[in-house]
Design a protein. Structure first.
Length: 272
C-alpha cells in the first residue's frame, strides 16, 4: 500500500502547528480525504504585539480570529467543513512550553476519533511549534493502546550550513521548503495535477496575513513519509537550527530541555 492509499482509505487525523501548515504540507491531497479531522495546536498569533501590528491588527486576539477565518475559507475550498476542525488554542511560538499538555489532549482526541493514520510535521528544526507537533504525536502514540500509523510532511528548515570566519558555530545560509532534511528518507513524492495545483493555489490565497511566508512554497509536488523514530533530546541536524535565527528567544538547547522535561512528566522513553 502506498502512503497515498494509506491516507485516503482510512479515517485520518492531521495535526498541524498553525493555520496554513495543513495547506502547505498536504493541500493538494486534502480534498481527497473525506474522513479527516484537522487539529491545530496553536491559534497562529504570537504573543509579541509587533506580529499582530505587522499583520494589520491591534491585538493578538484579533489576529488569531483572522487566522481562523482564513483557515475556514481554505478548508471550504478543500471541501472540509468547520465541524472537522479542532484547535488547542496554544499561543503561536509557545507550543514547546506545553508539550506534555498537548500530548495528553492529543491522546484523548485519538481515543475519541480512533484514526487509522495521523499526518503531521517532521522534526526538522525549522519552527519550534512544528517540532512540538512532531513530539506530541509520537509521545501520544507511545501511550496509545492501539496507535495509528504516523506519516509526516516537510515544512521548512535550514538548507545548508557555513562556518563563519573565526566562529565555531554554523549559520544557516538559506531556508529549504518542501523537502525533508538532506540525508534522510525523502519519502514518496506526489506530483499534483492541474486541478490539484489550482485548488492548492486557491487555498493558499485564503491566507493573506501569511502571504510573505507562503511565497516560498511551490505548488507542484508534495512529499510524505512514515515518521521515523526520533530522539527529541538530540538535535534534528548539526549546526544552527533555522528558528534560532528568528530572534524568538528559544534555542535548540532550550527546546530539547523542554522536550526532556515533557518526556519525564509523561513517563515516556527518550526514543519515540
Amino acid at each position: 500500500m502506498t502512503i497515498e492509499q494509506a491516507l485516503v482509505r482510512r479515517p485520518m487525523l492531521l495535526v498541524a502547528a498553525h493555520p496554513d501548515d495543513e495547506t502547505i504540507g498536504a493541500g493538494g491531497m486534502l480534498a481527497r480525504l473525506r474522513d479527516i479531522t484537522v487539529l491545530h495546536i496553536t491559534d497562529g498569533a504570537p504573543r509579541n504585539p509587533a506580529d499582530s501590528l505587522a499583520a494589520g491588527f491591534q491585538c493578538r486576539e484579533d489576529y488569531a480570529a483572522a487566522r481562523r477565518r482564513e483557515l475556514n475559507a481554505a478548508m471550504q475550498v478543500a471541501g472540509i467543513d468547520a465541524g472537522r476542525l479542532r484547535c488547542l488554542n496554544v499561543t503561536d511560538q509557545e507550543a514547546s512550553l506545553a508539550m506534555a499538555y498537548i500530548t495528553m489532549r492529543l491522546l484523548y482526541l485519538m481515543r475519541e476519533l480512533r484514526p487509522g493514520a495521523v499526518l503531521t510535521h517532521a522534526y526538522e528544526g525549522g519552527h519550534p511549534d512544528h517540532d512540538a507537533a512532531a513530539f506530541a504525536v509520537r509521545a501520544a502514540c507511545a501511550r496509545a493502546p492501539a496507535p495509528p500509523d504516523v506519516f509526516e510532511f516537510p515544512s521548512y528548515h535550514a538548507a545548508a550550513q557555513v562556518w563563519a570566519a573565526g566562529s565555531s558555530e554554523a549559520r544557516p545560509v538559506r531556508m529549504e521548503t518542501g523537502h525533508f532534511l538532506a540525508g534522510t528518507d525523502q519519502g514518496e513524492t506526489y506530483v499534483l495535477n492541474e486541478a490539484a495545483r489550482e485548488r492548492k493555489r486557491r487555498m493558499l490565497e485564503c491566507f493573506p496575513t501569511q502571504r510573505e511566508m507562503l511565497r516560498h512554497f511551490e505548488l507542484n509536488e508534495e512529499r510524505f513519509r512514515p515518521a521515523p523514530a526520533y530522539d527529541f533530546t538530540a538535535a534534528p541536524h548539526a549546526g544552527t537550527l533555522l528558528y534560532e535565527s528568528f530572534g524568538w528567544g528559544i534555542t535548540g538547547d532550550r527546546w530539547r530541555l523542554l522536550a526532556a522535561k515533557a518526556l519525564k512528566t509523561l513517563g515516556a522513553p527518550t526514543a519515540l
